[in-house]
Structure formats: structure tokens, C-alpha cells
Design a protein around this ligand. Structure first.
Ligand code: ADP
Ligand code: MG
Length: 708
């Protein structure tokens, strides 16, 4: 049995200031919270520390400050009344209402209890005594009553009852009362922390101190206090952004400080590759390559993002960048988030790399034993000039002879940490990250700080716009008949099945069912892929789809990223209303890659709210991924835009985007200034900022401070 002391001990991060121990203590130290509801609580508030409870913000409140006389208490309103108990009408059966008759100078009122414990009621409401009760007043047969008052107390308790009671987001097993009690017990643990805000800025914004702001967050006095625009929310949001931006600025500062290297650009290999290309580069591709070349030629390290909508042609840009490194005698690596994508990169790059005589290998988690050994050796001795792979690339045991450029595809799937690990495999490694998700500027900032961005905002020529249609579920059968004709003409179909929230199992079941329905009609021309399959099985089916052995690929969202089958011209998305706009855009981008007319059918259920329909209509109105992402951000907020947790995007507890976008920009400038003036955080303010970093557990940044 662990002792209580051990249980309450704060998980110790190296060098964390003692002053934070009280709020870094596990939340089970709070009254009413044990091991069982403790884990529910931790899940609800997003962490298992007392601080996490304090960061759980109220979303509403009940105002108990209204204290009318009984006569003036309006029907349906929450009132706090001072009344005298006259009589207990105990029912013969517990299931019947238990009425307590009361009055004040202006008239009578009943308190009503169902399933009441008699002893409890009589103890709470002693005969002849004046009490204070609070709850919703309702009129029943012309007489006012309160059913199950929310609060009952003696006259001495009045002050504590006549307050504003915040309402928190809750979960099964955690009542508002319990949560409130925990918060109230946590608040006194708040330490006075040194102020990390710039004094002039704090003054101008009229911000409270951090401690007072949290205190006030949990004691809202009016509805404005709950809004993201309130001074309290802004202060707390700013702190969160500042921690985020400062940490990123520090990582960058330290990366920059390490010498990068200078690569010569545009030589023989590149000429051969361009000759082998069956097309001309678009203007946007040329511009992006010029930007990358400039960075790579410069002796400081490159940290650039290549943003381009699906199908915009990022792969060839990456290949050209890699040639820079190789022609200078270094190696290059490209990391994709999934096995399928890594293999596909390898496949689509093969003809290009072969044309310029580059030796490359593919390394993924599936390479085991002897084969893996051989690959590792080729990477180690430099025989492999380019390495294409998955996460397997940055694992221990993978050593490069001389890694010079790391390209990271579908960036938002990887965290900062993983990025750094790949870059750490070489000296002064240039980093190019590629993403197909058009990330709004505000989000790029939170995830990367001020990273340079190249945009592929021009599609390769000859692409026809995708014909996007909304199809009511009732008309699916008709649509299938239409598909039959298309398939007969040699076209290929993706069929994406509903995403069932938080249940991969249900996803799979739905996809399975659709697969069987389609199979009954199309026979072995239909394939199925989902997250539960072994990678080999998935790849096999994907390969069959790519080669045309099957015509319809039923899938859960595993096909979401990057997969390229130019012959696929039809995308069907069932229950399209359950997807985020950006996700729909990603999915739709799987088609329209060849020269043929492509279609996207967004299937929606019969009952669809107006807003939901409006959202789907945006998909019909535009193919501009940036526009869609901005709309998505407005409609859903940042947390969800990139497909939740696994996105690698930081999640904010107190800040809300886009409501707080302006604060984010200020925090970025602030962080930049801090790094210019006091990169080691040694000044008075600098020391306070260290506390801020600890508070938000920016471990990476703290590590830099500790190692100097
Ligand atoms: P993504 O940006 O989604 O990674 P890809 O690099 O896979 O896009 O390119 C999509 C398709 O467009 C590929 O088949 C590729 O060969 C083709 N492509 C790329 N650039 C051009 C271009 N400039 N002109 C014509 N086709 C191109
Ligand atoms: Mg790609």
C-alpha cells in the first residue's frame, strides 16, 4: 500500500520551483476525490494535478443573489428566500411528495421533496425555525413552491448561499457540487507567483495577477465574466500563448545557434531529374524550390514548411530539395506518418531517383531481422543516399553516415519531439516539413512559432474542378446505379464510411456492412481497408486498388492522408456531416488527380440541421483548402480542426482560437523580444518566465535552460 504521503506527492520534474509543488500535487489530495472518481476527474479536467482542476473553467453560473420576498418571487426563476418552517406533511409512502409548508411575511410557500429521507428533511428544516433556501420557484395550483431546493441553510449561512454558483463542464460521476468543492479547496493552494508579464502590457490590458485571475475565473459575477473576451480569460489565455510561443522561440534559438551547412544547388542530378519529369513545374513549385535552395545554400539551418493542398505536387519539390543535399555529398531522409505513405513515396520517387542515379532505401517498422540489418548498414555507410521511411527512421539503431536534410511529410501527425529526433540524427540538419493540411496562420504559429512557409497555391495544370454534390441518404441506391456505369467505363471509386466517434470498432463495423452491400452487387471488384487490418493486408488491398484489380475501395479514414491513385475519380463519403470540413477536403483531394472529371458525393442523413447543411455547402462552393480551413476554424475551433489529439498540434486549456488570435500574435512578438534580450532567462522577468514554462510543462524548453 502506498502511503498517503506518497500518493499526494507531486510527480517531480527536475528543478521545478518548490513554489509550484502545491498545485502540482495530484488532485486526489482534494476533499471528496479518491482514486476512483479521481481518474474520472483527471479525464474531465485534462490532467491529474490540482492545477488541472483550477484550469477547468466554468461555462455558466447560477445567480443566487436574487432575494425577493415570497410574494414577489417570479415563477421559474432561481431565488434565495428567507422563510420560516411551519409544518411537515410526511407522505404515507416514500414515493409520494414530502411537503414542508413554510412562509415569510408576505405569504406561504412549500418545499417539496420526492423520495425524501424523512430524518434528513426534518433535520434540515426544523419546525418553527427561520431558514435560507435557494432554488427555482414554481407555481403549483396557484401556490409557490420549490422542488428540491439546491441549497438549504440557517440564517447564518446566508452569505454563503446568496452567491453566484459557477457551473462547470461535467462528466458521469462528477457532479457540479463535487467539482466546485474541489475547486474551492484548490484555490487556497494557489501560490503568489512572480509576475512574468511585461509591466507596461499588463497595465495597458488592466490584467489581474495570475493568481487573482484564476481566483476570479472561478468566481464569475456576471455573464461577461464567462466570455473569452473578459479580462480574466484574456490574461490566462495570454499566459498560455506566451508559454507556447516562448518555448518554440527557445527551441528555434537553440537550433539556429548550432551551425548548419551550406549546400550547393541545382547541379547535374537535378537536371536529369527535371528531364525525366513528364511535366513542367508549376510557378508555385518553382518559387518554393527557389526558397528552399536559398535556405539550403545559407550556412544556418533551414526550418521551412511546404504547405500545399493535396495534389499540389509536393513530392517533386521534396525530391529536388533532397538532391541538393546529395549532390553536396550528404544524405537525405523523408519521413511519412504511415507505412502506406512511405511505400507510396518510394514508389512515386523511384522513377525520378533512378533517372538521376540516386541510391535509395525504404525503412519502415516492418523491416525486421536480417533485412533490417542490411538496410541499417546501407544507411550507416552512406550507400543509401536517400532514405524513405516512417517513424522507424528516428529510432535507436538507425545511424546515418551524414544526414544533411530531413523532409517530414504530413507534418501535423508528428510532434515537435519526433521532428527534433530525426534532425538529431545528423549535424546541422536542414528540415523541410510538408503538410497537405492548409493550416491557418494562427495555428501554424502555435505549432511551430515563426517558421518560414512556402506555399504551393497553384495546382498542376489540366485538373478539372471536382464536381461535389450533396446526396441525401435516401438516394444512395440511385447513386450506386450511377457508379455502376462509371465503373464499367473504367473509373475507380473511394467509399469512405462514417466515422463513429471514439469507437474504432463501430467504424469498422459500419465499413464492413457497406462493404458487404457493395460486394453483393459488384463481387470481387470491391476491397475493404480499415484500421484493424494488419499493415500487410492494408497495403495489399491498396495496391490492388492502385493497379485496378479492384474498382471500389471501401475505407474508414485510413486513406485520409496522401495516398495517390490518379485513376480514382469518384469519392463517396457517407455521413459527411460527421467530418470536419478540413477532413472532408483532405478526403476529396484523393480524387481529381488525373485529367478526368472527378466527383465527390457527400452523403448526409435525412435529418440534418441547417448549420450542418450550410457546412456541407461550403464544400460544394469551394476547393480552396485555405478558405475551408479558415471556415473550419471559425466553426469548430482549433482543437478539432486537424483531427484532435493525434494531430501533434498543441491543445490549449485556457486560450480559445480564433477568439484569442490577437493575443497569440502579441505573445509571439513578446517571445521574440524576450529571446533577443534575455535568451537564457536570467533577468528578473526572465526568472519569472521560467516559472511560467514550468507551469505549462514546456519540458523541451526547460531542458535547454538547464543544459545552458
Ligand atoms: P501532394 O502535394 O499531394 O503530395 P503529389 O506530389 O503526390 O501531390 O502530386 C500529385 C500528382 O500530381 C502526382 O501524380 C504528380 O506526378 C503530379 N504533378 C506534380 N507536379 C505536377 C506538375 N507541375 N504538372 C503536372 N502534374 C504534376
Ligand atoms: Mg504527398
Amino acid at each position: 500500500m502506498p502511503s498517503t504521503a506518497a500518493k499526494e506527492e507531486a510527480p517531480k520534474v527536475k528543478e521545478r520551483p518548490f513554489i509550484l509543488d502545491g498545485i502540482f500535487t495530484r488532485l486526489t489530495a482534494l476533499p471528496g476525490i479518491g482514486p476512483r472518481n479521481g481518474s474520472l476527474m483527471a479525464k474531465l479536467v485534462g490532467g491529474d494535478k490540482i492545477l488541472d482542476v483550477l484550469w477547468h473553467k466554468p461555462i455558466d453560473f447560477i445567480d443566487r443573489r436574487f432575494t425577493p420576498s415570497v410574494k414577489d418571487a417570479p415563477n421559474g426563476q432561481i431565488c434565495t428566500l428567507t422563510i420560516t418552517v411551519d409544518k411537515h406533511n410526511v407522505p404515507p409512502k416514500r414515493s409520494m411528495p414530502y411537503r414542508v409548508l413554510c412562509h415569510d411575511d408576505t405569504g406561504p410557500i412549500d418545499l417539496v421533496f420526492f423520495n425524501a429521507n424523512k430524518d434528513w428533511v426534518s433535520k434540515q428544516l426544523p419546525l418553527g425555525v427561520e431558514v435560507v433556501v435557494s432554488g427555482k420557484v414554481e407555481y403549483y395550483r396557484g401556490k409557490p413552491q420549490i422542488v428540491h431546493p439546491d441549497a438549504i441553510g440557517s440564517v447564518e449561512d446566508r452569505k454563503s448561499i446568496e452567491t453566484v454558483e459557477p457551473i462547470y463542464p461535467l462528466t458521469q460521476g462528477i457532479t457540479n457540487k463535487l467539482l466546485r468543492k474541489a475547486v474551492m479547496a484548490a484555490l487556497p493552494r494557489l501560490p503568489e507567483l512572480p509576475e512574468w508579464l511585461d509591466p507596461a502590457y499588463k497595465e495597458r490590458q488592466r490584467f489581474l495577477s495570475w493568481c487573482d485571475a484564476l481566483e476570479k475565473l472561478h468566481n464569475p459575477m456576471n455573464i461577461n465574466d464567462l466570455s473569452p473576451e473578459s479580462s480574466v480569460r484574456m490574461r490566462l489565455a495570454y499566459d498560455e500563448f506566451l508559454a507556447n510561443q516562448l518555448a518554440l522561440a527557445m527551441v528555434r534559438y537553440h537550433q539556429r545557434r548550432r551551425q548548419g551547412r551550406s549546400y550547393k544547388t541545382g547541379g547535374e542530378m537535378r537536371r536529369k531529374l527535371l528531364e525525366a519529369l513528364p511535366f513542367e513545374l508549376t510557378g508555385a513549385q518553382q518559387r518554393s524550390i527557389a526558397e528552399i535552395d536559398k535556405d539550403m545554400e545559407d550556412p544556418s539551418k533551414m526550418l521551412r514548411m511546404l504547405q500545399g493542398d493535396v495534389g499540389a505536387g509536393k513530392t517533386v519539390v521534396a525530391a529536388l530539395a533532397m538532391l541538393n543535399a546529395i549532390e553536396s555529398g550528404a544524405q537525405a531522409a523523408i519521413m511519412a506518418p504511415t507505412e502506406i505513405l512511405a511505400r507510396q513515396h518510394a514508389e512515386s520517387m523511384k522513377p525520378l531517383l533512378d533517372a538521376c542515379g540516386v541510391r535509395f532505401v525504404t525503412l519502415t517498422g516492418r523491416d525486421k531481422g536480417k533485412q533490417r540489418e542490411t538496410l541499417l548498414q546501407q544507411i550507416r555507410n552512406g550507400a543509401a543516399q536517400i532514405v524513405i521511411g516512417t517513424h522507424a527512421l528516428f529510432q535507436d539503431g538507425v545511424e546515418f553516415d551524414d544526414l544533411g536534410l530531413a523532409v517530414i511529410d504530413e507534418q501535423h501527425r508528428f510532434g515537435v519531439h519526433q521532428r527534433l529526433m530525426l534532425a538529431a540524427k545528423g549535424k546541422g540538419v536542414d528540415v523541410l516539413v510538408m503538410t497537405a493540411t492548409p493550416i491557418p496562420r494562427t495555428l501554424t504559429l502555435t505549432a511551430y512559432g515563426d517558421m518560414e512557409v512556402s506555399k504551393l497555391d497553384e495546382k498542376p495544370p489540366g485538373r478539372k474542378p471536382i464536381d461535389t454534390r450533396l446526396i441525401s441518404h435516401e438516394h444512395v441506391q440511385q447513386m450506386i446505379e450511377g457508379l455502376e456505369r462509371k465503373i464499367a467505363e473504367g473509373e475507380r471509386v473511394y467509399w469512405v464510411c462514417p466515422l463513429v466517434e471514439e469507437s474504432e470498432f463501430m467504424d469498422v463495423a459500419a465499413a464492413q456492412e457497406r462493404f458487404e452491400i457493395l460486394q453483393a452487387k459488384f463481387g470481387d471488384k470491391v476491397g475493404l481497408v480499415h484500421g484493424r487490418l494488419k499493415p500487410e493486408e492494408k497495403d495489399e488491398t491498396m495496391a490492388k486498388f492502385a493497379s485496378g484489380e479492384i474498382d471500389i475501395l471501401v475505407a474508414t479514414t485510413v486513406i485520409e492522408v496522401g495516398v495517390n491513385v490518379p485513376e480514382a475519380t469518384i469519392m463517396v463519403i457517407e455521413h459527411a456531416e460527421r467530418f470536419g470540413l478540413s477532413q472532408l477536403h483532405q478526403l476529396r483531394g484523393r480524387v481529381g488527380r488525373g485529367g478526368d472529371q472527378s466527383y465527390c458525393f457527400l452523403v448526409y442523413p435525412k435529418r440534418l440541421t441547417e448549420t450542418a447543411k450550410e457546412r456541407l455547402n461550403i464544400m460544394r462552393a469551394t476547393e480552396d483548402g485555405f478558405k475551408i480551413a479558415e471556415r473550419d476554424l471559425e466553426l469548430r475551433g482549433a482543437g478539432e480542426i486537424l483531427g484532435t489529439r493525434q494531430s501533434g498540434m498543441p491543445e490549449f486549456r485556457l486560450a480559445e482560437l480564433p477568439a484569442h488570435s490577437e493575443l497569440l500574435a502579441t505573445a509571439r512578438d513578446d517571445a521574440k523580444l524576450i529571446m533577443d534580450k534575455d535568451p537564457k532567462l536570467e533577468s528578473e522577468r526572465g526568472k519569472a518566465l521560467r516559472t511560467l514554462l514550468y507551469l505549462f510543462e514546456r519540458d523541451q524548453a526547460i531542458q535547454y535552460l538547464l543544459s545552458g
